[in-house]
Design a protein around this ligand. Structure first.
Ligand code: NAD
Length: 436
């Protein structure tokens, strides 16, 4: 079992029981899927080694003077997995349980995700071990600015472009933009995406990942002959991805029967009022705790509840070999990164449940991040309609592409997504050659 270095202070504070995981190491979970795709592609062993290995790993100590005057040192990471298709791109995660293996896996997924939706970026990911829920805005700002300053030679509009992920938001992107710009002596708004619109953000970016989840879910329903108006949906995680996916699928006629967040799940077979849930969470410190419009259930009960579509939109390793045999959904649309373990995948495949894999289902975020970067560099900003119609088209094209590859090789959509994206990156690498 891999052990992960932790901030001493955090270890003293966080003593949550370890979750039941099929894969202690998410990077190994990524490599396991990669291996199957590599075999189908007949990938040369040297090329295999190159594509699976992160290109660079940056680990940094981030000293922060807390509001009470104490000095604390946080550990931060930025992993550049691959830059063959373009500058690397990927979010930054703030959480107490961030660890390097997770960041490595997330960086690799970014490489495959960008290739899959034909966005000219490589893959990266960042993370800081901290608990933003216990930090003041001032502490978060100092942490973000120092992390950015420590990564000043890593980040850059033509090098590596961060974005939001779990517990990071538009405000944090604005601080990154400002810190980077102060060092560059000019405003560099293309250095991050997911910024506020006034600072060069894109219309539609906030909703993009949830919107992409909706688009591919509708495409999958079509293939299975399911009608949104007759379908029920359960959504795990009620943050950016989960709440927007729930709202947009509701707008398409689906009945949302369960939602959840870190505080637990909420079930109503008659349908949950999603706008009321969003308003409730906004008024209660971004949690659903105590939400009156539904019966409380556990997060594990949500995963196996009666529904046609399950959208895991919280975190990794939620669909495991323990709950996969009891899942009732016909479609799983992975809003989160890595929510299904490889063991669970085997069970779901055997049971004929269609899993729209993370690197496809949640690629709407990076697609509109790409639009944002293009708009920043042009200094010309698009309408919401233009953003959404281009996003819908790219997601739809990617879904159809993956579906065709799955049929051709008689594999799951996940393996097909890996085959398609690894093939593209491998082709680009062959053309570029190896610099010696
Ligand atoms: P977020 O911080 O806005 O929301 C996360 C949600 O998950 C919160 O409601 C939180 O309470 C809940 N949660 C956390 N731990 C949980 C647990 N153990 N059980 C149930 N719920 C839990 O984050 P987000 O941006 O919505 O990201 C969610 C997932 O989607 C992550 O895996 C992220 O990597 C992935 N993702 C996000 C984007 C994006 O654009 N935001 C893009 C691609 C992928």
């Amino acid at each position: 079992m891999t052990t992960f270095k932790r901030n001493v202070y955090e270890r003293a504070v966080y003593q949550e029981p370890a979750p039941i995981r099929d894969n202690e190491n998410p990077f190994e979970a990524m490599v396991e899927r990669f291996d199957v795709a590599a075999k189908i592609l007949g990938l040369d062993p040297g090329l295999y080694e190159y594509l699976v290995t992160p290109s660079r790993i940056h680990i940094t100590a981030i000293p922060v003077v807390m509001d009470d005057g104490r000095l604390r040192v946080f550990e931060g990471y930025r992993v550049i997995h691959n830059e063959i298709l373009g500058p690397s791109k990927g979010g930054i995660r703030y959480a107490p349980d961030v660890h390097l293996e997770e960041v490595k896996a997330l960086a690799a997924w970014m490489t495959w995700k960008c290739a899959l939706v034909n966005v000219p970026f490589g893959g990266a990911k960042g993370g800081v071990i901290c608990n933003p829920k216990e930090m003041s805005p001032g502490e978060l700002e100092r942490l973000t600015r120092r992390y950015t300053a420590n990564m000043i030679d890593v980040f850059g509009p033509d090098k590596d472009i961060p974005a939001p992920d779990m517990n990071t938001n538009e405000q944090i992107m604005a601080w990154i933009l400002d810190t980077y710009s102060m060092h560059s002596r000019r405003t560099e708004n293309a250095v991050v995406t997911g910024k506020p619109i006034i600072l060069g953000g894109s219309r539609g970016r906030r909703e993009a990942t949830g919107r992409g989840v909706m688009t591919v879910t509708l495409a999958a329903m079509e293939r299975l002959g399911m009608r949104p108006g007759d379908s029920t949906v359960a959504v795990q995680g009620f943050g950016n991805v989960g709440s927007i996916a729930a709202q947009l699928l509701r707008d398409q006629g689906c009945r949302i029967v369960a939602i959840s967040d870190v505080t637990g799940g909420y079930h109503n077979a008659g349908g949950i009022d999603i706008d009321a849930a969003i308003a409730y969470a906004a008024a209660h410190g971004n949690t659903l705790e105590g939400f009156p419009g539904a019966e409380p259930i556990t997060n594990d009960e949500l995963i196996t509840c009666a529904c046609d579509v399950l959208v895991p939109a919280a975190k990794e390793d939620q669909v495991t070999r323990h709950n996969a045999p009891n899942i009732q959904a016909k479609i799983i649309a992975e809003g989160a990164n890595g929510p299904t373990t490889p063991r669970a995948d085997d069970i779901l495949n055997e049971r004929g449940i269609m899993v729209i894999p993370d690197i496809l289902a949640n690629a709407g975020g990076v697609t509109v991040s790409y639009f944002e970067w293009v708009q920043d560099r042009q200094g010309y900003f698009w309408t919401t309609e233009r953003v959404n119609s281009r996003l819908d088209r790219m997601m739809r094209t990617a879904f159809d592409q993956v579906f065709d590859v799955a049929q051709k090789h008689d594999v799951s959509l996940r393996i097909a997504a890996y085959v398609d994206s690894i093939r593209k990156v491998a082709d680009a690498l062959r053309l570029r050659g190896i610099y010696a």
